[in-house]
Write a protein that binds this ligand. Structure first.
Ligand SMILES: Cc1cc2nc3c(=O)[nH]c(=O)nc-3n(C[C@H](O)[C@H](O)[C@H](O)COP(=O)(O)OP(=O)(O)OC[C@H]3O[C@@H](n4cnc5c(N)ncnc54)[C@H](O)[C@@H]3O)c2cc1C
Length: 410
């Protein structure tokens, strides 16, 4: 293998794949394959929902980011043949590789709950946020100006399933957006945003320093928290909950499912050993055992000694991409490969449209200042310095004010 002619295929243009591709630019014939034309900075999808950021800020075009230094193919990879060393795309095209970097990420896990896949909204992509925003606006548009407060509250009942960081960030954002819209439209009553969590507390893995800000934000935005509660069924306009073996049905205008993920279904086409959650066990070098030419990272990979809090996060995939690019290069050049101990880089949660909480270097801050700090922190983590510069300038000069839920047709 040579550094100029080796064919490197990277599957998945997310935190693992895109950042690996950017670092591998100029090494061999590297090609990134992604099913969307853009990368997505998922931690800011909540801000996209509220209009605090625009699509181009958090979802830059892959071709523009790679700038011709690596190839890009927009397509869905349908199967990987590890023996033949090739990937097959949904359009029938086969692409051979000398080295494969596998990073197709995860997808929503509806956990087999009846009706969940059909009726609940996922929240992982730009389109998911667009659908949710549209749903909230349509419901608001249907409320008569003289509706009684209890009718407004019933119409504006939304349920977020999953009380992890995603559930908290999403529910506080939705509550602020809906309350603002009720006020602007001079409606009587209040929205009702409910978070449902099976465990006995929200964000179980979160440190105590930051938890206080989370709890205050939930109270301030008047998000209703149901812990020790299991979702039994989701319907077109209802959700059935079980708490202490008592079932209740709640009418709702929308259920958003952020209760868990499972690895990309593409893994099912791979003939490799996986753990009970379906993750691929990788070597400390990110290689697959017995397949030194295959590297896997991000949400699909089970890496030795990663803490449960760090597993399945962008900060892990991002750190792994650096090791992956280094090791792919070393593998092609016949040099020794490295391993790494990955660390937590801190926490930053968005809390409604005006606040956030940030934990860095063991110190937590909250409120509007933390919201600014979160923007600054995330600007620094966007791909490529050119994109960081454009986005930073836009946030600095044009601001990050939320976009209200205007009536449709405006
Ligand atoms: C709403 C939300 C908020 C989050 N917030 C945070 C946070 O604040 N902090 C944090 O650390 N983590 C956060 N995460 C988790 C984080 O985004 C993931 O852990 C991270 O994206 C994993 O990186 P990855 O490269 O494995 O997968 P991804 O970034 O998901 O990238 C996978 C890519 O592969 C593409 N793909 C999938 N299948 C195929 C196929 N068959 N063919 C071609 N392309 C394919 C996908 O479209 C995607 O572009 C959040 C996740 C979500 C959904």
């Amino acid at each position: 293998m040579t550094t100029t002619t080796s064919k490197i295929i990277i599957v998945g243009g997310g935190f693992g794949g895109l950042f690996t591709a950017l670092e591998l630019a100029g090494v061999g014939e590297a090609t990134l394959i992604n099913d969307e034309d853009h990368f997505l900075f998922k931690p800011m999808l909540y801000e996209y929902l509220s209009g605090e950021v625009e699509a181009w800020h958090i979802a830059p075009d892959c071709r523009e980011l790679l700038d011709g230094k690596a190839g890009f193919v927009r397509g869905v990879v349908e199967a990987v043949d590890l023996d033949a060393r090739s990937v097959r795309l949904a359009n029938g095209r086969s692409m051979p590789y000398d080295v494969l970097v596998f990073a197709p990420g995860a997808t929503t896990n509806f956990a087999g709950v009846p009706g969940a896949e059909q009726f609940a909204l996922p929240f992982r992509a730009l389109d998911d946020a667009n659908h949710l925003r549209r749903r909230m606006t349509e419901v608001l548009d249907r409320i008569a100006p003289d509706a009684a407060p209890q009718d407004t509250r019933e119409a504006l009942t939304f349920v977020v399933v999953g009380g992890g960081a995603s559930g908290v960030e999403l529910s506080t954002k939705m509550a602020d957006l809906l309350r603002d819209a009720v006020k602007r439209r001079a409606l009587r009553g209040e929205p009702r945003v409910v978070v449902v969590e099976m465990a006995d507390r929200l964000v179980p893995g979160m440190g105590e320093e930051i938890r206080k800000y989370v709890e205050d934000a939930l109270e301030e935005t008047r998000v209703e928290v149901h812990t020790n509660t299991r979702v039994v069924k989701v319907g077109a306009d209802s959700i059935t909950l079980d708490h202490n073996q008592r079932q209740t049905e709640m009418r709702t205008s929308g259920v958003v499912w952020v209760a868990g993920v499972r690895p990309s279904p593409l893994l099912e086409t791979l003939n490799v050993e996986r753990d009970r959650r379906g993750l691929i066990q990788v070597e400390p070098t990110l290689q697959l055992a017995g397949r030194p030419e295959v590297f896997a990272l991000g949400d699909i990979a089970l890496y030795p000694d990663v803490t449960p809090i760090l597993a399945g996060t962008a900060q892990l995939a991002f750190q792994q991409s650096h090791l992956c690019a280094q090791n792919v290069r070393a593998f092609i050049e016949g040099r020794e490969l490295k391993s790494k101990h990955f660390v937590e880089l801190g926490e930053a949660v968005s809390l409604g449209t005006q606040h956030a909480a940030v934990l860095t270097g063991g110190k937590a801050i909250g409120g509007p200042l933390a919201r600014q700090a979160r923007f600054a922190l995330y600007t620094a983590r966007l791909p490529t310095w050119q994109h960081r510069l454009r986005v930073g300038a836009s946030w600095f000069f044009e601001g990050t004010t939320p976009r209200p839920l205007q009536p449709l047709g405006f």
